[in-house]
Design a protein around this ligand. Structure first.
Ligand code: ADP
Length: 951
């Protein structure tokens, strides 16, 4: 304490020690007083220090005072001391001092310094309580703020004048503006709807005048969204004197809720409308009224620009039958607008889809049409009655595109259903009326009959006329002439058909006698007919019951044949006859022409010495000429409709059957066979079947059969001659061949080279001659029936393999390979002869194929038959030779016998063998591209039943 200034040094006049005064002041001052040194130590403290902090003075004076300062406040405290050292006064400096109990006390300092003395004079106020209160308040404020910002509601604090003081986060988020931006602005400045802004401003004006502030609803602009609808309720914060200090407004976003509410209301209204309409429909039977009510109500309810009903017409257009619109130019029925009906496509479109919601014009069915009546969006539903399409209920939005809600679509659909019911009902009513009318009419008629009065007679006549007129429309469609005459033969009705046929206009003949329509020659006869018919007591006869041919007379005097029928109707005024006349001139002409051409054909065909027939697809004769009579000995006219087998006999029928089937499949065929003749013999014939193809279908075939037995007889003579010669030749030829071979061995002496060459040629020619003779004899033996086919069960594959094996050396020599595709099947045939056939066909194929090529052998299962196919890639056969090469000595080229060692008899032998098995042989070929020889064999062939033994 030695450093402490001595107060006595300051001197006091009253002699009281300054020290004493200071001690007293220190003692009584409730606040904290101290003198500290710039060295950082307290020098002197009043008792309040010790009391406040709980330390003894010694404890406080013994260490630098900074040690008692809260670590967080030390820097600021040292800075403040620094200022004091430079004789700056301290005011309201706050820091915390640690009390002895470890707590901190907030102190508020005021201090002065005397740098010369190195001293600081300071007073401090303990503000710990105030600080704590402040802290609590701040916490509370932060807490409330946090709550305000986290609750979903919108909270605004406004002045009583309506200016924004505070705006919570929810408000910021919804309005898309921050508190800074809106602070101080009037709440109504944020409202986009002017009417709402004005109302809010007025409410605040009323508040200023002491009236209550009601809750209010207003829209707020929300970024990126449409307006949100908010309902605001408010609380007033008032001062003690009752004046309003703040308005706390809390808002809830009710946009969705309100929309739902509105939708619900609308649905309710729609439900009501539907009920109302259904009730009206049930009560009212006036269809047009119902339709009109519907369109008007729908138009109001949906708030669309045009609603109308389209009725589908017989010509497949639609007719507008009811319509409602917001403004006259949207009307489809507007005077001057030509659009009364829609094109068929429009109706077709909706026939397929019961509902169409088209939000954009491009998706609409007929854009041009809809553009013409300015449609941006449309909603269309079908009206169905009795399960049939009746028409459409259509709503249009013309001013802007519109998305239709499903409830709107539903409503339309339900209304369309109700309309359907209404239409059904109206139809029922009409029918009912019709029924009543009918009954009434019947009653009237009965009544009329009973009374038999002249006046009523007249009335009935009129009614009849009327109904005649009604029927005239229908009658006019008829092709025939329909003419009614009364009992005096005066014409009462003359339809358009009659006008066409007779050349008179109805007006010219009505009331005239029927005679003008008849040739004079038949007038009398006709009159008699009518009288007889009138007297016959038959009330009416259908056209078919009495048909007779008559003649008519046209206006130009021309007479024509006609078919007529007559019926009678008993009326009050007497009999009314209706004659239906059909002009049969053209038909008769055509028939006559046909008859003529048929006769000509008959005459011609009958004159020919060949058998001419027409056979249908069921193998029955449809036509035979007279030659059949001569041939088969029975009237040719009786053959029509008979089956071929009953005319030709079963065996002959079987032999022609494969060819007939071929013709009925569309191919022209010619073949030779034997027909039994009435003279008891079989005659050789050449038969051609020519298919009758009409519109791509074979209807039957024409058959031409000519007797070739004379030619055959000559051939046979020739054959016999050849055979005799052959037999005579064969023995010497064999010995010549043997001698030549012997010579060639050189055993009888060597020959010069020239001699050897000549010998070679001689051997080759003898061999060919031998082959020829063998073939001639073979053929002759088979044809004459000397050879029987010895049938046994054979495997198709074996037959082919054996034949191929036999021909293999020759094939190798020609560099030909075989490709075999045979199905394993059993056949009942003569294996040697079938092998002979196969070998001959294969050797031909090899002979005529180019070296290195392939010969294909194939079998095809044709059900009851097997088809063999031998196909080569050789030179082919010209189309005019396809048939003839199966004849004897027929070769495509004369050199074939010389160069290829052929005889021209192989195919003839093959044909004999195949035919003897009941099969058929033929060739198809594209000249230059190879040939395909085919033959068929029946699986259960009976080789010896196909012989031509009788020829
Ligand atoms: P040839 O002994 O002359 O072969 P064919 O009766 O077997 O006697 O044959 C008659 C004629 O048919 C042959 O000369 C030939 O002109 C022609 N021919 C037969 N098969 C074929 C074939 N595969 N390719 C071309 N022509 C053929």
């Amino acid at each position: 304490m030695e450093n402490l200034p001595s107060l006595s040094q300051t001197g006091r006049a009253d002699g009281r020690s300054v020290e004493q005064e200071l001690t007293q002041i220190f003692a009584v001052t409730p606040g904290l007083l101290c003198i500290a040194g710039l060295d950082g130590y307290f020098k002197r403290l009043n008792p309040a220090f010790g009391l406040t902090l709980g330390y003894s003075d010694e404890a406080l004076l013994s260490q630098p005072f900074i040690n008692f300062v809260h670590p967080d406040d030390r820097t600021a405290t040292l800075a403040e001391l620094h200022c004091l050292a430079r004789s700056k006064a301290t005011r309201d400096f706050e820091n915390r001092y640690r009390a002895q109990d470890g707590s901190y006390r907030w102190l508020l300092w005021t201090a002065l310094s005397n740098p010369q003395e190195g001293l600081i004079y300071a007073s401090a106020q303990d503000i710990t309580e105030r600080k704590q209160a402040e802290q609590a308040l701040k916490q509370e404020r932060d807490f409330s703020q946090a709550i305000l910002n986290t609750v979903g509601v919108l909270v605004m604090v406004l002045t009583p004048q309506g200016r924004i003081v505070s705006f919570n986060r929810a408000c910021e988020a919804m309005a898309g503006v921050s508190l800074e931006v809106v602070k101080g602005r009037f709440a109504w400045d944020l409202l986009p709807v002017p009417a709402e802004a004005m109302a809010l401003q007025a409410a605040f004006d009323h508040l200023a005048q002491g009236q209550i502030l009601p809750s209010w609803e207003s829209h707020w602009e929300s970024p990126g969204e449409t307006h949100r609808l908010i309902v605001w309720s408010n609380t007033l914060l008032t001062q003690a004197d009752g004046t309003v200090e703040y308005v706390i407004a809390t808002g809830i976003d009710i946009t969705e809720r309100r929309a739902d509410q509105q939708r619900l209301e609308q649905q309710n209204r729609q439900g009501q409308l539907l009920t109302e309409l259904s009730r009206k429909i049930r009560q009212s039977l006036e269809l047009s009224e119902i339709l009109q009510t519907t369109v008007s109500e729908v138009q109001t309810l949906l708030g669309c620009d045009r609603v109308f009903i389209l009725q589908a017409q017989a010509d497949r257009t639609g007719k507008t039958v009811a319509e409602a619109f917001v403004q006259a130019d949207f009307s489809l029925l507007q005077p001057g607008r030509q659009l009364f009906s829609f094109p068929p496509s429009y109706l077709d479109y909706h026939r397929l889809r019961s509902i169409s919601v088209a939000p954009t014009p491009s998706e609409l069915p007929a854009p041009t049409l809809l553009n013409a009546i300015s449609v941006q969006s449309e909603l269309v539903v079908s009206i169905i009655t009795h399960g049939r399409f009746w028409g459409l209920l259509v709503a249009h939005q013309c001013t802007q595109p519109r998305q239709w809600h499903s409830i709107e679509v539903n409503l339309m659909q339900q209304l369309a259903d109700q309309i359907g019911v209404a239409i059904d009902q109206a139809e029922l009513l009409n029918n009912l009326e019709g029924l009543v009318t009918e009954r009434t009419l019947k009653l009237t008629q009965i009544n009329t009959q009973l009374q038999q009065e002249i006046g009523e007679r007249h009335q009935t006549e009129l009614a009849l006329r009327e109904s005649e007129q009604k029927f005239a429309g229908i009658l006019d469609i008829a092709e025939e002439a329909i003419i009614s005459v009364d009992q005096n033969q005066q014409i009462q009705l003359f339809n358009q058909g009659a006008e066409r046929i007779f050349g008179y206009q109805a007006a010219e003949v009505i009331g005239q006698s029927l005679d003008i329509l008849l040739p004079s020659s038949s007038r009398q006869v006709h009159r008699q007919h009518v009288h007889q018919f009138a007297a016959s007591g038959t009330v009416s006869r259908r056209m078919a019951e009495r048909s007779s041919q008559v003649s008519g007379r046209r206006k130009n005097g021309e007479e024509f044949p006609a078919k007529a029928s007559i019926s009678r109707l008993q009326t009050k005024t007497g009999n009314l006859f209706t004659v239906i006349i059909e002009d049969i001139t053209i038909r008769e002409q055509a028939e006559a022409a046909l008859r003529r051409s048929e006769e000509q054909l008959r005459l011609t065909t009958n004159a020919l010495p060949v058998l001419i027939s027409y056979v249908d697809t069921r193998h029955r004769y449809r036509f035979n000429n007279r030659a059949y009579e001569t041939w088969f000995g029975r009237p040719y006219t009786q053959m029509q409709g008979l089956h071929l087998s009953s005319v030709l006999g079963a065996a002959t029928y079987r032999s022609v059957l494969p060819y007939l089937e071929q013709a009925l499949a569309g191919q022209t065929v010619t073949f030779e066979t034997a027909f039994p003749h009435q003279d008891g013999n079989s005659h050789w014939v050449s038969v051609s079947y020519i298919p009758d193809v009409q519109a791509g279908m074979v209807k039957g075939c024409f058959g031409l059969t000519s007797d070739i037995s004379d030619r055959k007889a000559t051939e046979q003579l020739k054959d016999e001659f050849v055979s005799v010669v052959s037999h005579e030749l064969r023995t010497p030829l064999t010995s010549v061949h043997g001698s030549l071979k012997l010579l060639a061995t050189g055993q009888l002496g060597t020959l010069a080279d020239e001699g050897k060459a000549l010998l070679e040629i001689a051997i080759k020619n003898t061999e060919r001659l031998t082959r020829l003779i063998n073939h001639v004899l073979d053929l002759e033996r088979i044809e004459s029936g000397q050879v029987t086919m010895v049938q046994e069960c054979c495997q198709v594959t074996d037959l082919i393999d054996n034949a191929v094996q036999a021909i293999q050396p020759m094939a190798r020599a020609h560099d030909i390979t075989f490709q075999i595709q045979a199905e394993p099947m059993a056949l009942w045939v003569d294996p040697d002869h079938i092998a002979q056939t196969l070998i001959n066909l294969l050797s031909n194929a090899v002979k005529f194929s180019p070296p290195g090529s392939v010969v294909r052998v194939r079998t095809v299962d044709r059900g009851e038959q097997v088809r063999f196919q031998i196909e080569d890639r050789g030179r082919g056969i010209p189309s005019d030779k396809l048939e003839t090469i199966f004849e004897r000595f027929q070769q495509v080229d004369a050199s074939d016998s010389r160069e290829r060692g052929g005889t021209g008899l192989g195919l003839a032998i093959c044909r004999e063998i195949v035919q003897r098995h009941g099969g058929r042989i033929w060739v198809t070929s594209h000249h230059g591209e190879g040939s395909q020889f085919c033959f068929t064999l029946p699986k259960d062939a009976d080789p010896n039943s196909h012989g031509l033994s009788g020829s």
